[in-house]
Design a protein around this ligand. Structure first.
Ligand code: ZN
Length: 241
């Protein structure tokens, strides 16, 4: 089966719509959290994902929007946006987000927002990846949270390789290795490529294809400004950081 892996949609409806257009009816959809926060369309994004998703886990912005959890760790811009989101989000959206869990384990993979066990930790280097491999026995760890498309490969000899995938590209999953796979961000890329990111995972072919695609950035920027959300959240979309 082919699955689209998406993460960090962050209420960016235009990018989510462009991504969903690439999804065929028999594809699965795995969502790694942070559906809301930062962007202007939290309820629309929750509704679309809710209706189409195969499995989804919670991100820190989802929990902050529904429970005010962890807001003290947010920077001023993120905090301003989460307060906006808390006012905008519907009870229906909150109720559905509250049904999600922090991790989902399938035989071949683990889905988490940040990292195994420490769900909101950022995997930013080989040390972080090493911790992640120790904290689960899943062969594939699907994580988001950094908004950076990349992967770490744990080789049979214990060494770890790292590859940036900010321009897209494909990965053949080796039978004797384990991986942390980060598909990047649908709604707010931070790997210096403003094109939006997701990945295809094919469990029959044992491949991951890192994708980048265009979406109408200016429309989202106009909505961010019209909503009174911080200008920095509009500006960052066109530079991808
Ligand atoms: Zn995020």
């Amino acid at each position: 089966m082919r699955y689209a892996i998406i993460s960090d949609v962050h209420s960016n409806l235009e990018s989510l719509n462009a991504m969903l257009e690439m999804l065929k009816s028999d594809d699965g959809l795995l969502c790694l959290g942070d559906i809301v926060g930062y962007g202007p369309n939290p309820n629309e994004c929750v509704a679309l994902i809710r209706q189409r998703v195969t499995e989804a886990v919670l991100g820190n912005h989802d929990v902050a929007a529904t429970d005010n959890f962890g807001v003290e760790y947010f920077n001023p811009i993120a905090r301003n946006a989460i307060e906006w989101t808390q006012r905008a989000i519907s009870k229906e959206s909150v109720d559905w987000l509250n049904t999600l869990s922090y991790e989902i384990r399938a035989p071949e993979y683990l889905m988490v927002h940040g990292a195994p066990k420490n769900y909101f930790e950022y995997i930013l280097d080989k040390r972080g990846a090493s911790r992640a491999f120790k904290n689960t026995d899943a062969r594939l760890i699907f994580a988001g949270h950094t908004h950076i498309a990349d992967y770490y490969k744990l080789n049979a000899d214990g060494t770890i390789d790292h590859a940036h995938m900010q321009n897209g590209g494909s990965l053949e999953i080796a039978a004797d290795a384990r991986y942390v796979i980060n598909a990047g961000s649908v709604g707010q890329p931070r790997d210096l490529n403003p094109k939006a990111a997701f990945a295809w995972y094919d469990d029959a072919q044992n491949t991951v294809e890192f994708m980048r695609y265009d979406y109408p950035i200016e429309q989202v920027q106009q909505k961010i400004r019209a909503a009174g959300l911080p200008e920095a959240l509009a500006a960052r979309l066109e530079v991808g950081r």
